[in-house]
Design a protein around this ligand. Structure first.
Ligand code: UDP
Ligand code: MG
Length: 332
């Protein structure tokens, strides 16, 4: 692990700075006590006033009960309880909407995004970068399969979109006030948060870190959920699949015309041509397959438009705790 330099000078070094930590939580009861302890430590190391916003994304275990107790006793903690499981990306959005800091830091709750790295993110932000993301240079405790599919996904996404979405970067990042304001102006339902930050531009920088294994508990991203995230990322940041449908369809039609011409030629000039059952079946099934695939691609975009036109709120809040307290250093 990279040396973690503690840059904060503790209490009151710079009262004008305010930080917000956003932590999405979904069934993390096992890791919460350790997380809370690490967050407290981090708050002491940061050189400004810090709030930690826990966003409960419809957990079914004891996470909420535990968080309510902790948040009630700690003036720097806040809790947003969503009415059900809305998904990681929406939970992040809810936390960012509520954040009051000059810099907002989003991090996973399972300690795979080590709190000490936040100090490095802050240092880079102070150099003048609006968005500072943490880049995974090494991933521990994740299966070869997960690392392979993740790397494949990032590379595919890079090829398919014109938006600059950095490789090997998750949602662990710091964003400044301007980026936060822009983010809040982006109402899209199909939210792939790292893509949205890539899209908005600004001066961006990366801080490398070694991603440790999940501290406790199980991943909340099973395979199908990863596929879902990947498909939505591509649909919301690339029109290539639609164009692929166009060009693919054209190319296949051209082939079909050529083949038809050949068939007519064979019928007219060759003798003993037997109608080929195999080739017919192959061509028909190939065309059916491609047709269905392309329909599916179009369907995904239509679905995305459908979600967008309904204009539903992105999330529903069931209960807020701790938001009535102003950030400690800020006069109300
Ligand atoms: N998470 C969430 N809602 C979900 C799934 C996950 O808020 O529907 C949270 C989860 O509690 C964790 C973060 O998102 O804080 C990342 O999830 P996880 O660590 O399971 O993903 P992985 O690191 O395995 O990709
Ligand atoms: Mg994790």
């Amino acid at each position: 692990m990279e040396a973690t330099v503690i840059q904060g000078t503790g209490t009151g070094a710079n009262v004008s700075l305010r930080y917000s930590l956003v932590l999405p939580i979904y069934n993390e009861e096992q890791v919460l006590p350790r997380l809370v302890e690490r967050i407290r430590l981090l708050i002491h190391q940061l050189d400004g006033e810090t709030e930690a916003i826990f966003v409960d994304d419809g957990s079914r275990d004891g996470s909420v009960r535990y968080l309510r107790c902790v948040v009630a006793a700690e003036p720097r903690f806040r809790l947003i309880e969503l009415s059900r499981n809305f998904g990681h990306q929406i939970a992040i959005t809810a936390g960012m909407d509520a954040a009051q800091g000059d810099a907002v830091i989003v991090m996973d709750a399972d300690l795979q995004d080590p709190p000490e790295v936040v100090l490095d993110l802050v240092a880079k932000w102070k150099e003048g970068f609006e968005i500072v993301y943490a880049r995974r240079v090494k991933r521990e405790g994740e299966s070869l399969f997960k690392r392979f599919t993740a790397s494949l996904f990032y590379r595919l996404l890079e090829k398919m979109t014109t938006v600059d979405i950095p490789r090997d970067v998750g949602d662990f990042r710091l964003v400044g006030a301007k980026a936060l304001r822009t983010f809040r102006q982006m109402p899209e339902q199909d939210r792939f948060v790292r893509g949205m930050f890539g899209w908005m531009g600004f001066k961006q920088a990366a801080v490398p870190f070694e991603r440790p294994a999940r501290a406790l508990g199980q991943t909340k991203y099973p395979f199908w959920k990863m596929v879902h995230l990947a498909a939505h990322a591509i649909v919301s940041f690339s029109e290539r699949p639609l164009r692929l449908a166009l060009w693919g369809g054209l190319a296949i039609s051209a082939l079909a015309v050529a083949f038809g011409a050949f068939a007519i030629y064979a019928w007219a000039f060759e003798t003993g041509v037997v109608a080929g059952w195999t080739s017919t079946v192959m061509i028909v099934s190939l065309l059916c397959g491609i047709n269905l695939f392309m329909t599916g691609v179009v369907g995904m975009y239509v679905g995305s438009i459908h979600a967008e036109v309904k204009r539903r709120p992105l999330y529903v809040i069931d209960r807020l705790t701790g938001f009535d307290r102003a950030m400690p250093a800020v006069p109300v």
